[in-house]
Design a protein around this ligand. Structure first.
Ligand code: AGP
Length: 605
């Protein structure tokens, strides 16, 4: 939810901190700040708003020093203003934090009783004052260790000390933290993305770890203060990551990249020579699986909902889906023969990570479907299935959604084949259909011009409904989520058959209703539901691949998509909905890549 950076160097660090914070803004952008150590003085600069505001401050009053920490914030405790921005410093220590300290109120009371004064409303300042207290009698490492033992909740920390000009201490519990290595410089960061412009050599802290970092060396310690070693990963080279090319923003780039990213994903998993799908090392033999459980948040959860229809159609398995923030607190009946699939683009979503952790604590094998293979969720899973979509920077997830669905679709086919639930000829047919998907997505993108005209209709609407049946229902949910998070307009995804049980009361003259109607077994029932809406004045945008002639003057717009095997319709029908949300948001002049109040990776619960 927030982004952390720390740099120990043989040269000034403030501009590198600023550049890294810009890379981290997708994790939160309510406020920004940094602190450097110069001539044994902590030099703190921070502000509400974006990193560029902080940069302007630095142009006026530089922050010298070869050692420093920085932070971009997504507010959890305290409004996003300068006082609550990180770092939180006293004269002798400065702290940046990502996470939530759940016992901060109790600790605050104890510290105030000792006469310590708080300036902010944040939980993080509690850490700063605890450290200040411990540093009166302990060296930095022990002061940190004693402080962490008093904290309940999650944290990734970067800490610098007035009288110790060479060290940055990092610590991790529940929120991601990485270390980067370079000549005469070492780094601390929330994730590899912030560090990869400075180095491709990365290690990751695990929960309970502490690291002590100087410009020449990094030492790691476990929760018992034992010195430990950490594997050094060499990051792949994503030259084009930070480059929008000719696109206005990352989201449009990522929408139009979908045919390529789908092709890359298919290339990774489909063996063109043997015409087979390459999934190996199943954590449970497919023949022994008795239930599939899919867990995720937001868009990732919607891919779980779509997958339920595929597993029920192609296999003899029971299927359960759950929102991660619900799953982690439910009284789950674990079964070692259930295959638990955790879906997460970032691989850092706290609720999904906690749900996975709950499985591991119950001795259950886990599988994660992620975009970031170095992420915490991936490293904590028994089996990782990357979606190969390349870094997704836009907060609204697009190409990752297609990638998640694609990996789950291929996994479902493979399990159906290995279990004998699907005839070989059907399996081969579906593989050949998958290969056509990139070209079909390309064709769907061509509806953009028509979507731009339709988008104008949404600007003055009070809200909108997205309707679908079967696997089109989760696509309706996804379309509504895209419109909400990008344009800040209310939108609701609903099962088309459910409208008559209440929500039909919402329909009034001119209300935009998007009807998702592939030519599947639900088609005619969905059209009937559409008629019910039309009879009450709803303004219809019908998206279909059916060539049936549906004429009605109240169908304000109709988008025709290429005809495709019905199990692939979730992929195609997502595209016009992404484009619709994008163009409405563009007309409303919303921030496309960084919508208000959101963050790309929600690493707190
Ligand atoms: C999707 O557009 C949203 N940004 C959000 O719902 C997102 O899908 C959710 O936070 C899960 O993120 P993850 O896939 O990184 O776990």
């Amino acid at each position: 939810m927030c982004g952390i950076i720390g740099i120990a160097s043989n040269k000034s660090v403030s501009m590198n901190i600023i550049n890294s914070l810009k890379k981290l803004e997708y994790r939160g952008y309510d406020s920004a700040g940094l602190a450097t150590l110069n001539n044994n003085e902590i030099n703190e600069k921070k502000c509400s708003g974006r990193v560029e505001q902080l940069e302007k401050i630095l142009f006026k009053t530089s922050a010298e020093g070869n050692l420093g920490i920085g932070h971009v914030r997504w507010a959890t405790h305290g409004v996003p203003n300068t006082i609550n921005a990180h770092p939180h410093s006293t004269e002798i220590v400065s702290v940046v934090h990502n996470g939530i300290i759940e016992n901060s109120n109790d600790l605050k009371k104890q510290l105030e009783l000792k006469g310590l004064k708080f300036k902010s409303q944040t939980d993080t300042e509690v850490i700063t004052l605890l450290l200040t207290n411990e540093l009166k009698t302990h060296q930095p490492f022990d002061a940190v260790h004693k402080t962490l033992k008093q904290l309940k909740g999650s944290f990734a920390l970067g800490i610098i000390f007035k009288n110790f000009k060479d060290i940055i201490i990092g610590a991790r519990r529940g929120s991601p933290l990485a270390v980067g290595y370079s000549k005469d410089e070492n780094y601390l960061g929330s994730d590899s993305y912030a560090l990869k412009t400075m180095t491709n050599k990365i290690s990751y802290l695990d929960d309970g770890d502490i690291c002590v970092l100087t410009k020449d060396n990094v030492s790691f310690y476990d929760v018992k203060k034992n010195k430990i070693n950490k594997e050094v990963f060499i990051l792949s080279d994503d030259k084009n990551v930070s480059d929008k090319g000719d696109y206005k923003n990352f989201m449009s780039k990522e929408i139009f990249e979908q045919p390529i990213t789908a092709k890359n994903c298919i290339h990774e998993y489909v063996d063109k020579i043997r015409d087979d799908i390459n999934f190996y090392n199943f954590p449970i033999k497919p023949q022994s699986i008795n239930k599939i459980v899919l867990v995720g948040c937001g868009t990732a959860y919607h891919s779980c909902l779509v997958a339920k229809y595929w597993f029920e159609a192609f296999t003899s398995l029971n299927v359960e889906t759950d929102i991660a923030s619900e799953f982690r607190y439910r009284n789950v009946r674990f079964n070692k023969n259930n295959l638990y699939l955790f879906v997460s683009q970032s691989g850092e979503t706290a609720d999904t990570a906690a749900a996975l952790d709950l499985c591991k604590k119950n001795g259950i094998k886990t599988c994660s479907i992620v975009n970031v293979v170095e992420s915490s969720i991936a490293r904590n899973s028994d089996w990782v299935l990357p979606i190969h979509a390349g870094p997704e920077i836009g907060v609204a997830s697009t190409k990752a959604f297609i990638g998640q669905m694609l990996v789950i679709y291929m996994l479902c086919l493979k399990i159906a084949d290995l279990r004998g639930d699907m005839k070989k000829k059907d399996y081969q047919k579906k593989i050949s259909n998958i290969k056509k998907l990139p070209e079909l997505l390309e064709r769907c993108l061509k509806v953009e011009d028509k979507i731009q005209l339709i988008a104008k209709d949404f600007l003055d609407s009070k809200g909108s409904m997205f309707l679908g049946r079967g696997s089109s229902f989760p696509i309706a949910l996804e379309g509504a989520l895209k419109l909400k998070e990008l344009s800040y307009l209310h939108a609701e995804g609903y099962p088309a058959g459910e409208m008559k049980h209440g929500p039909l009361a919402l329909i009034e003259n001119g209300l935009p209703v998007i009807v998702i109607a592939p030519h599947d077994k639900y088609f005619h029932k969905t059209v009937s539901n559409m008629q019910e809406v039309i009879a009450r004045g709803g303004k219809i945008l019908l998206i279909t691949d059916s060539n049936e002639n549906i004429v009605n003057e109240n169908i304000r717009f109709k988008i025709d998509l290429p005809l495709v095997e019905e199990s692939l319709s979730p992929f195609l029908f997502t595209i016009p909905l992404q484009l619709l949300a994008y163009h409405v948001a563009l007309l409303k002049k919303c921030d496309i890549d960084k919508p208000r109040n959101l963050a790309k990776s929600v690493t707190v619960e």
